[in-house]
Design a protein around this ligand. Structure first.
Ligand code: SAM
Ligand code: SF4
Length: 490
C-alpha cells in the first residue's frame, strides 16, 4: 500500500517491545510538552502492558487533552443519505451482496426533513454519510453536493446547521473541488486497514478494492483545496498495534507531503451489522482495555488532532474515553437512511429513543431494542442510545462543556491555520468561550429543565474562571443570546 512501509512497522513493533520505565517516562515527558511523538516512541507506548505503566499513559493523555482542548466536547450527529453501495466490504451491512437490508437513497426533501428533525433536537453539526452509489443515474459527486446543500438549506426557527462534514467514497480532484464548493467542513475517509493483504481480503469487489486509490484520496482532496481531513482505522480487521502504527505512518506522510496532519482521527470498532456474520465476530477483536490504550496513545502521539468517538460505543465507554483524549462525539445517532423521522416508525413508536424506552419497560435491554429500531437498512448496531439531552446532561455531570461550535471553519481556521493555533494550545481559550456561548443557546432553546439548570450552573462556574476582559466579552454575547440572536462565536 502506498505510503505504508509494513516491514518498518513490524520491525519497530518488535524492537520497541523491550523498554524500561525510564524510557517510558522520557517519552511521556516529551508528550506532555505537546511535542509529536515518533513512530518508535508511539510503538513503545503501544507495547506497555504493566497496569501501573498503563495508568501513567492514561494520566499523561488526560493532561494533554486538557491542555490543548480544555473541557469542551464537540457534539454532532450523522445523517445517512443512502445505503446503496457498489462495494462488498466484508464487515458492512451496506455491502452489495447483502439481501437482508432495505435499500434506500434519500432525495433532497427527505434529507432536509432529516436535518430538521435533528435541528429540533438542538444539533448544529452534521456528518453526512453514504454508500458508494448514487440513485437515479446521478454521478456520486452530484448526489453528495445536492445532499450537502439540502442540509444547509434546512432551518428551524433561527437554527441552521453550521457545519456539514462528509464521510463518502474517494473522488477525483475535480469532483473534490465540486464537493468543496458545496461548503463542506471536514472530508472524512477511513483507510479501514493499513495492512495490505487484509485490505485486499476485506474489500474483494467494487471501486474500494484498490487500496492505493483510497489512501490517495486524501492527497486529491487536499489538492482540491479541502484542508480539513479526517482519517481512521476500522479496528477488528487486523492487529491493533500494527493498525495504529499504520495510521501514524499515514499521518507522517501527510505532514511531510501536505504540510499538515489530519484534523480528526476516528477509531471505529467493528459492530454487529445485519446480514454480515463476520461483524459479530471480527478476526482481531479489540478489547475495551486495549481500546482505551489506543485512544490514549493517539492523544499523546498527535496532540493537536481531534479524536472522534461515535455512538458505536456504549455510554460508559464513551464517558471514560473522554478523559483519555476524545474531543468530539456523536449523539442520538441513527445509521439508517431516513432513520430519524420516518413517519411510519414514529407512529409505531420505533425511533431509536422510543424503542429504548419501550424496551426498558418490557424488561429488554435498550441495546436489543435499538437494534430493532435501526434494522430498516441501518449500517451497524449502536452502543449508545441516549438522547442528545441525556448526553448533554451526562457531559455536564462529568464537568465537560458540551459545544455546538463551528467557529474555526467559519473563521477560516482550517488546515495549517488551525494547526498553528492548536499546536501550542492557544485554541483552548477561544474554544471554551465558543463552547459556553453555544451551550447557552442550546440550553435556552432545547434542553429539558434539569439539564438547563445544571447547564446554567456550569456556565456560571466557568464564567468565574475567565479574566475580566473575557467576562465582559462573554456578557455581551450572552445579552445577544437573551435578546434572541443565535449563532454567535469568536
Ligand atoms: N461508503 C464510504 C466508505 O466506505 O468510505 C463512506 C461511508 S461508510 C458508511 C463509513 C464507515 O463505516 C466506513 O469507513 C467503515 O469504517 C465504517 N463501518 C462499516 N461497517 C461497519 C461496522 N460493521 N461497524 C462499525 N463501523 C463500520
Ligand atoms: Fe459500502 Fe462504505 Fe459499507 Fe463498504 S463500508 S459496503 S463502501 S458503505
Amino acid at each position: 500500500m502506498k505510503y505504508i512501509n509494513e516491514e518498518k512497522i513490524n520491525n519497530v513493533l518488535v524492537d520497541m517491545a523491550k523498554f524500561d520505565s525510564r524510557r517510558l517516562d522520557v517519552i511521556l515527558d516529551k508528550a506532555k510538552s505537546l511535542q509529536r511523538l515518533t513512530l518508535e516512541e508511539s510503538a513503545v507506548l503501544l507495547s506497555v502492558e504493566n497496569p501501573e505503566y498503563v495508568q501513567r499513559i492514561f494520566k499523561a493523555a488526560s493532561f494533554v487533552k486538557d491542555t490543548i482542548y480544555g473541557r469542551r466536547v464537540v457534539l454532532f450527529a450523522p445523517i445517512y443519505i443512502s445505503n446503496l453501495c457498489a462495494n462488498n466490504c466484508s464487515y458492512c451491512a451496506f455491502k452489495s451482496d447483502n439481501q437482508l437490508i432495505k435499500r434506500k437513497a434519500l432525495d433532497a426533501p427527505e434529507i432536509r426533513n432529516q436535518t430538521e428533525w435533528l435541528l429540533n433536537r438542538g444539533h448544529k453539526r452534521i456528518l453526512m454519510v453514504c454508500g458508494e452509489a448514487a440513485p437515479g443515474g446521478k454521478s456520486n459527486v452530484d448526489y453528495y453536493t445536492e445532499a450537502v446543500r439540502a442540509i444547509y438549506a434546512a432551518g428551524v426557527g433561527k437554527n441552521k446547521i453550521k457545519r456539514v462534514n462528509v464521510n463518502c467514497a474517494p473522488l477525483s480532484v475535480g469532483d473534490f473541488e465540486k464537493l468543496k464548493s458545496s461548503g463542506i467542513g471536514t472530508y472524512q475517509i477511513f483507510q479501514e486497514s493499513y495492512h495490505h493483504q487484509t485490505y485486499l481480503r476485506m474489500h474483494p469487489e467494487g471501486p474500494k478494492s484498490d487500496p492505493d486509490n483510497r489512501i490517495g484520496a486524501i492527497d486529491r482532496a487536499f489538492k482540491a483545496g479541502i484542508d480539513d481531513i479526517g482519517i481512521g482505522v476500522l479496528y477488528g480487521l487486523f492487529d491493533w498495534r500494527f493498525e495504529t502504527l499504520g495510521l501514524l505512518s499515514h499521518i507522517e506522510h501527510m505532514e511531510e507531503s501536505l504540510g499538515v496532519g489530519p484534523h480528526t482521527i476516528s477509531v471505529p470498532r467493528i459492530e454487529p451489522a445485519e446480514g454480515v456474520e463476520m461483524s459479530s465476530n471480527p478476526p482481531y477483536k479489540l478489547t475495551d482495555e486495549d481500546f482505551k490504550k489506543v485512544v490514549a496513545v493517539l492523544r499523546l502521539s498527535v496532540p493537536y488532532t481531534g479524536i472522534i468517538m461515535s455512538t458505536r460505543e456504549s455510554a460508559q465507554m464513551r464517558d471514560s474515553l473522554l478523559n483519555l483524549g476524545v474531543s468530539q462525539i456523536s449523539a442520538e445517532s441513527n445509521t439508517s437512511p431516513g432513520g430519524y423521522s420516518s413517519g411510519k416508525e414514529e407512529q409505531e413508536g420505533m425511533t431509536a429513543e422510543k424503542a429504548g424506552m419501550t424496551a426498558e419497560k418490557a424488561g429488554m435491554t435498550a441495546e436489543k431494542a435499538g437494534m430493532t429500531a435501526e434494522k430498516a437498512g441501518s449500517q451497524f448496531s449502536l452502543g449508545d442510545h441516549r438522547s442528545l439531552d441525556q448526553i448533554v446532561g451526562a457531559l455536564i455531570t462529568h464537568d465537560y462543556i458540551p459545544s455546538f461550535c463551528a467557529a474555526c471553519y467559519r473563521m477560516e481556521r482550517t488546515g495549517e491555520n488551525f494547526m498553528q493555533l492548536a499546536k501550542p494550545g492557544t485554541i483552548k481559550g477561544k474554544c471554551s468561550m465558543n463552547a459556553l456561548i453555544t451551550l447557552k443557546e442550546y440550553l435556552d432553546d432545547f434542553a429539558s429543565e434539569p439539564v438547563r439548570m445544571s447547564g446554567y450552573k456550569m456556565i456560571t462556574r466557568y464564567f468565574k474562571q475567565l479574566d475580566p476582559l473575557e467576562q465582559e466579552r462573554l456578557k455581551l454575547f450572552f445579552a445577544h443570546v437573551d435578546s434572541g440572536v443565535r449563532d454567535e462565536y469568536v
